[in-house]
Design a protein around this ligand. Sequence first.
Ligand code: NAD
Length: 338
Amino acid sequence: MKKVIVTGGAGFIGSNLVKYLLKKKYFVINIDKLSYSANPYNLKNLNKNKNYIFFKTDLNNKNKITKILKKFKPNVIFNLAAETHVDRSIDTPKNFILSNILGTYNLLESILAYNKKIKLIHVSTDEVYGDLNKGRSDEKYPYNPSSPYSSSKASADHLIKAYIRTYKIHGIIANCCNNYGPNQFPEKLIPKLIFNIINNKPLPIYAKGKNSREWVYVQDHCEALLKIYLKGKLGESYNIGSGTNLKNIDVAKKLIKIARAKSVKIKKRVKIKFVKDRPGHDFRYALNNKKINKKLGWKSKIPLHLGLSQTFDWYLNNKAFFNSVSKKFYINRLGLKK
Ligand code: NAD
């Protein structure tokens, strides 16, 4: 049985990846420091699984990570551990430097201390390319990050590329667009809008809602990551996108429509509340997907309407999820308070 490490496996994408890999019969070692966006709800019932083990550890604890590597001798590390919310990166950039840059550096050093031939699939973002008014960024597009979050992710990517070239580590970078689906901390757009719709609260949208994002269902992202591990070429980067962009205002409108179609009890006129724009707000991200499509045969399967509908159902059926998110931090720039 192949052993895999998932870092950040108590967060949104990480917990979906852990479950996906368990289904695919991998032994999964989950390493997470359990910051505010980690949620025990995302991992409930997993402790009974004999193919799963969890370590509460910070990526920066190089000794502990090296010990875990030496003990379990995994075949691959999927590195997802990171601070992830752009608004928080504007308020407290230091946390992003510590986890996303220093954390990646320490993980790379643990890899060198263990065995540089272990595969590292590093999960990065489309935000490293900066915003594009038109067209789509391919893997050769120059990095041009604009927020402390995206620049910390870009720094990590550069560090990994340097370790690939200099120390010959077996790394691959995956740059994915915006994900949506179950288990996402509700400071992010889609679960926040769903939470507010269910609770008859106004839907906060930055500026006039014209900013556009490319959206992929989290399960599709997990499939792409496994494909990259199994078939991807060492040292390369792969964009992971759905090709479907939507303006934030249209995301809100679509979710209201879905709620009505599901007969969720909501006010006749759900209020969309335009709020002061995020400083430096990127206007549009869009990925060119041709490489992963042609070389690895991966394409997203879940169309946006279906994925949003499934996502809505999940949050409706898992209201306990909202109660289990860390309350201490359950407030953000958009005034989302419990
Ligand atoms: P998330 O905030 O839901 O989860 C991040 C997890 O990482 C949390 O469980 C947290 O406790 C853990 N973590 C943070 N710092 C750590 C550290 N120093 N040591 C150990 N654990 C730590 O985030 P997410 O949305 O699931 O994102 C996962 C990864 O995917 C991130 O690297 C993010 O940059 C990338 N990504 C996310 C998206 C998206 O739309 N959510 C899109 C592209 C890429």
